[in-house]
Design a protein around this ligand. Sequence first.
Ligand code: NDP
Ligand code: PMR
Length: 394
Amino acid sequence: MALQAATSFLPCALSARKEGAVKDSAFLGVRLADGLKLETSALGLRTKRVSTSVAIRAQTAAVSSPSVTPASPSGKQTLRKGTAIITGASSGLGLATAKALAETGRWHVIMACRDYLKASLAAKNAGMEKGSYTIVHLDLASLDSVRQFVRNVRQLEMPVDVVVCNAAVYRPTAKEPSFTADGFEMSVGVNHLGHFLLARELLSDLTSSDYPSKRLIIVGSITGNTNTLAGNVPPKANLGDLRGLAAGLNGVGTSAMIDGGEFDGAKAYKDSKVCNMLTMQEFHRRHHEATGVTFASLYPGCIATTGLFREHVPLFRLLFPPFQKYVTKGYVSEEEAGKRLAQVVGDPSLTKSGVYWSWNKNSASFENQLSEEASDPEKARKVWELSEKLVGLA
Ligand code: NDP
Ligand code: PMR
C-alpha cells in the first residue's frame, strides 16, 4: 500500500547570526589567528523557510503480522521484519545505520528526516533497496513537526519496534544562539528537547509492539562525559543547577544555556548529549519494567568525517580526521559506526536496558561508565521534569 501525502509545512527555525570573525576559532583547543573570517551572512535576525513539503512515502506493504510466525517447511519459527525509526538518517551515522539494517533484509527503516530530497538521494546513493525504507518528514526544531511526525507514522500502520534518536546539530563557531520554532536554543532544542518529545510520544507505540526486543536508543557521546580525556577538552559539559533549562532556554532575559551561563555553541552541544544520556537512564528507571522496552545509549566512536562538523572552521575539518586516526586513534568510519549502532538496534546480545554502549579497539561492544554528572539520578529526574514542561507534556 503506497501512501503519499504532501502538505505544506511552515517554517520554524529562527536563526540569529552575526557577521564577522568567529569567536572561538580554535582548532583542537588551540586558538587560530583572530580575525579569521568564515561567515558573511547579514547581521541580525533571519527567518528561514525550512521545508516546503511533508513527505511520507511508503514503499512497502504495511507490516501487521505477529512478530513470530511459523513459516518454514521445517516448522521453524521466523521473525517478521522489524521496523526501526531513525532520526537524521539523511547522512553520517544515521544513514550508515539505515543502510546496515536495510541490507540485512530483516529491517524496514523509517528515515525521519527534515529534508526529503536529501534523504531520498542519500538512500539511493547508498544503494538501499527501494522497498527497504520509508522517508517521513521530521524537523526536530519544531515540536509541531514532531507531533505531526508521530501522526504520520501511525498512518503508515507499521509497527514501531525500535526508535533511534540520532539526529543532532553542532554549532561550535556560532557567536550567538539560534532558536527553534518553539524558542529553545537550537542544539539543546533539536538534540534533546525534540527527541524527548518524540521518544515520549512513541513510547506507547513501542510498548504495543509485539516484537521480541523493542528498543529506544538515544545517541550519546564521549564529549559529554567528563570522566574521559575527550570530555575534558574545553568547554566542558556542565548542566549546573539547570537554571537556564528551567527558564526555557529562550535567551530573552534569560540564558540560552542549560546552566544559565553565557552562550557557547560547543558547550550547548555537549550539554545536550548529557541530557540525551540522562534521558535514556530516566526512561529505563521509569518505564523498563512496565513496558519491556530496552533503553540504551552509546558512543559509536569518533566519526570524524560526518556532516556534524559542517559549521566548524575549514582547518578543523581538514585536520580533525587525521588527528583522530593517527593521534587519538579514536577514529571510526561511518560504515563501522553504522554497524555498531545497528548492533544496538538488533543484536540479540545487546538487550540489556539502561546501558551506555561503547566499543574497544577490536570493535567489541562493552558497557561503559558514564561521568558522574551523566549518571546522576537526581539530575536525570530534574532534566526529565523540566523537559516535560517545556515540550508541553506536564
Ligand atoms: P551528521 O551531521 O552527519 O548527521 C546529523 C543528522 O541530523 C543529519 O541527518 C541532519 O539532517 C539531522 N538533523 C539535524 N538537525 C535536524 C532537525 N532539526 N530535524 C531533523 N533532523 C535534523 O552527524 P553525525 O552522523 O556525526 O551525528 C549523528 C549522531 O552521532 C549525533 O547524535 C551525534 O551527536 C552523534 N555522535 C557523533 C560523533 C561523531 O564523531 N561524528 C561522535 C559521537 C556522537 P540534514 O542531513 O538535513 O542536515
Ligand atoms: Mg576530541 C582519546 C582522545 C579523544 C577522543 C576519543 C576524542 C573524540 N577527542 C580526543 C582528544 C582530544 N580532542 C584532544 C586531546 C583534543 C585537544 C587537542 C581534542 C580536541 C577536540 C575538538 C576541538 N576534540 C573534538 C573537538 C571538537 O570540536 C569535537 C567535538 O567536541 O564535537 C562536539 C571533538 C571530538 N573529539 C572526539 C569526538 C568524538 C569529538 C566529536 C564528536 C561528538 O562528541 O559528537
